[in-house]
Design a protein around this ligand. Structure first.
Ligand code: 13P
Ligand code: SF4
Length: 328
């Protein structure tokens, strides 16, 4: 392979020159071996690759079949016809796909790809909350383990949290595990939120001062913040939404310059797609999302490892909470 830039290990050089390349042809040239092998293996295994919007551009643009936010990935997981689903995302996303597709093989290319929110609460914690606040419905962010979902009344994602909470028609809910998402939705809806102190390790790092600095450096910039950011950060933004809603906003409004207050790869992926918009690229990396690499996806399809499994009794209860969400 002749390449002017040698492909780094993406985990060692996460925001380096390769991420900043803007053309699919460049990634296809740099990662030709893995990409060709993955495309071949997808056919022989009858597999589809679902990629979250935070995956690196060479995964997102070159090998994935379906791309989206957590809600979109859960929705499509319901209708997949292939025998094998490879989740290019984190473990809770693979678990959600397995819940909705118990008969299919769901692979996670690196089973250490966790999430600080999912690890921030246990099923025992939820049982304790239910005892403390009897009768108050438990709304659980999909960024949680199947064990925690199994203790919940209904799930939500950042894309439908408002709708889900409002659909319950109650004055207060237990919304877990993301304290900031709960506070942001509480502010939007006026519904009282009983929260849990878990945070996204990526979004909690953004500060209002930083957003104001970006505005001074880039006058006129449109600021879009993920609702996992602290409420003071969301208050500085022009718009707040899930990763898919961010993409819709850019596609519709075509802002000249945009600051996506979220994980690094979002801007990298969108910069390649929306050429009319300039992306200021703040960079807070999700170390869990970045465990997924082309080499890992290739290995998963070669070895059929690691397969996601969920005990039946947990799966049955967790599935109910996810299905109630999808029905809203
Ligand atoms: P979205 O559902 O908005 O894609 O968010 C998932 C996530 O993990 C954000 O940190
Ligand atoms: Fe979890 Fe935050 Fe990473 Fe999303 S960005 S997977 S919420 S740690």
């Amino acid at each position: 392979m002749s390449a002017t830039i040698s492909p780094p290990d993406i985990r060692d050089d996460l925001y380096g020159p390769v991420s900043r390349l803007m053309r699919r042809e460049d990634w296809e040239r740099l990662y030709a071996d893995d990409i060709e092998a993955i495309l071949r293996l997808k056919k022989t295994r009858n597999a589809v690759i679902l990629a979250h919007n935070y995956q690196t551009p060479e995964i997102f643009h070159c090998v994935s079949d379906i791309r989206g936010d957590s809600l979109a990935l859960a929705r499509v997981a319901q209708d997949v016809e292939a025998d094998v689903i490879v989740m290019a995302g984190v473990h809770f996303m693979a678990e959600t796909a397995k819940l909705l597709n118990p008969q299919k093989t769901v692979l996670i290319p690196d089973d250490r790809a966790g999430c600080s929110l999912a690890e921030g609460i246990t099923a025992e914690n939820v049982r304790m909350l239910k005892q403390t606040y009897p009768g108050v419905p438990v709304v659980t962010y999909v960024n949680s383990s199947a064990d925690v979902k199994a203790e919940s009344d209904i799930c939500c994602t950042s894309g439908n949290a408002r709708r889900v909470v409002e659909s319950l028609g109650v004055p207060r809910v237990i919304m877990i595990p993301d304290e900031y998402l709960a506070r942001n939705i509480g502010a939007e809806t006026g519904i009282e939120m009983l929260t849990w102190p878990a945070h996204c390790e990526v979004h909690e790092q953004f500060t209002p001062q930083e957003i104001r600095q970006y505005r001074r450096l880039h006058p006129g910039v449109t600021v879009i913040a993920h609702p996992e950011c602290p409420p003071e950060v969301v208050a500085e933004a022009d718009y707040s939404g899930s990763t898919a809603q961010m993409i819709e906003y850019v596609a519709e409004k075509k802002p000249e310059k945009v600051l996506l207050v979220t994980e690094c790869s979002m801007s990298d992926n969108l910069a390649a797609q929306f050429r009319q918009t300039e992306f200021v690229r703040p960079c807070n990396l999700c170390p869990h999302m970045k465990r997924i690499t082309l080499a890992g996806i290739r290995r998963a399809l070669e070895t059929m490892e690691t397969q996601v499994t969920i005990p039946d009794d947990v799966a049955d209860r967790a599935r109910l909470a996810v299905e109630r969400m999808l029905a809203v």
